[in-house]
Write a new protein. Structure first.
Length: 472
């Protein structure tokens, strides 16, 4: 049932600011372990031993209790082996998983939607045990050295492992994580000279990588197929110096009349660092016809499209064709409230992974000291304008002037925030919808055309230089 009396919206914003029991305690235990990793576990000091004990205490009474207690004791003595480090990584991951679940339960209450109860199985594929063991050994060395003790010799220990893993599709997920993690560490060497250490982030990457070295953990999820109508809501664009990704969030209506559900479709590609902003669409557009449909405001008919239990469409243009016009805000008002949220795989249960499509309407936008908030029925919700991409026409000013918003509900720095994907606003006394992915399929917008031309010129120069190098 959709909540009512919320300023015309469809979300109980008041619930998002209420305290969640046990949340702070779980995060405190995680932070205590993360601090222990900063100085390393080769010769732990009393403060580090206390952090390990706090982690073990936090999972007391769970199936992990005995194993983690022993691992914490060994680590406090500087005698931890790989199995002990795996146990500590599992405890940390389990605590953050419990935080994720508590937050998602609150999101369900606020949106009035339910989550899929479908299990997320793995394929059970075979992986090279020797390479997994080699990765686990390197990660154990990292834990012993700590972030303050990293140097190029320690970090470079991953290179041969990553090179051996990359050709194997079953190991590519872990290889990519290790490659990115080691590159980030290498750029920060020596650790002793760092003024600020991203302890939570590096511990996240270390824990996830450590668990992915367990046989079967990195298997590709089993996929089913999806046949029916896809109604796009918006596009989340993520851009880095050497890579870009567009992830389309949508409501899928099965042809067999089953309940609609939320799904995602993404395309990711490497890119030159000179291609930025709207230019990334030139790289992404040819690989997914869905981007053109989003830009044109159309639905798509799917026939046998592979889909995981987590709601990720394994996109293939041969399983999709453009269909009738479909306004994203009509979808948000009518179809979104009845859609089921996707299930979450065990290793993906982490607060930073929360990105739930929501719809807000009838709010008052306020901008104080460059911090934008929406006030709904007397309750404030922070707006994450930093996530608005430069690759589209949506701007913080347009969001501040809006009266309706499709966004992703996220949790960051201890609070819920909404990341705008599209807004309804008034431009020159005319109601218009502005989408972050408005330029995904091409544009006649002057700013978009100018940005695309600059990107075209940059790509042409790079191709010409590459051609010269190949001819030599």
């Amino acid at each position: 049932m959709v909540p009512t009396d919320q300023g015309g919206g469809v979300m109980r914003v008041d619930l998002l600011s209420e305290t969640i029991a046990g949340l702070d305690e779980a995060l405190t235990a995680v932070d205590a372990f993360d601090r222990a990793l900063v100085a390393g576990l080769l010769r732990p000091q009393p403060a580090q031993a206390a952090g390990l004990t706090e982690l073990a205490r936090a999972v007391a009474g769970t199936p992990l209790a005995d194993r983690v207690a022993k691992a914490a004791e060994k680590a406090a003595d500087g005698a931890a082996n790989e199995d002990h480090f795996v146990a500590l990584a599992a405890a940390r991951t389990a605590l953050l998983g419990s935080v994720h679940d508590a937050l998602m339960t609150r999101v369900e209450e606020a949106t009035g939607r339910s989550r899929s109860e479908e299990a997320v199985p793995a394929s059970g594929g075979q992986q090279a045990a020797n390479l997994l063991a080699a990765a686990r050994s390197w990660l154990s060395d990292l834990a012993r050295s700590g972030w303050q003790g990293i140097d190029h010799d320690v970090v470079s220990g991953s290179a041969q492992v990553v090179s051996a893993m990359l050709p194997d599709p079953a190991l590519r997920r872990l290889a990519t994580l290790l490659d990115g993690f080691s590159a980030e560490l290498a750029a920060s060497c020596p650790g002793a000279a760092l003024e600020r250490i991203p302890a939570r982030r590096w511990a996240d990457l270390w824990s996830r990588a450590m668990l992915l070295t367990l046989p079967g953990a990195a298997d590709v999820p089993v996929t089913g197929t999806a046949t029916g109508r896809l109604l796009p809501l918006g596009v989340d664009v993520q851009e880095h110096a050497t890579a870009a990704q567009a992830q389309v969030h949508a409501v899928f209506e099965p042809a067999d009349g089953a309940a609609p559900r939320l799904v995602r479709a993404a395309v990711s590609l490497p890119k030159p660092d000179t291609v930025v902003g709207a230019g990334v669409w030139q790289l992404l557009r040819p690989h997914m016809s869905l981007l053109a449909a989003v830009s044109e405001g159309r639905s798509m008919d799917l026939a046998g499209m592979p889909v995981t239990a987590e709601g990720d469409l394994v996109w293939s243009d041969e399983h999709a064709r453009p269909s009738e016009p479909a306004d994203a805000f009509a979808t948000a008002r009518v179809a979104l409230p009845t859609a089921t949220d996707a299930a979450t795989a065990p290793l993906d249960r982490h607060p930073t992974r929360i990105a739930v499509p929501v719809f807000l309407e009838g709010y008052a936008a306020q901008n104080d000291d460059d911090v934008l908030t929406f006030t709904v029925a007397g309750h404030s919700l922070a707006v994450d304008t930093d996530r608005i991409p430069t690759a589209g026409p949506l701007t913080p000013d347009a969001v501040a002037a809006s009266g309706a918003c499709i966004g992703l509900l996220r949790w960051d720095a201890g609070t819920f925030r909404v990341q705008p994907l599209a807004v309804e606003t008034t431009v020159r006394k005319k109601a218009v919808a502005i989408h972050a992915g408005g330029w995904a399929g091409g544009t006649t917008d002057k700013a978009g055309v100018k940005a695309e031309k600059a990107a075209t010129d940059a790509v042409a120069v790079l191709r010409e230089r590459a051609g010269r190098l190949l001819r030599k």
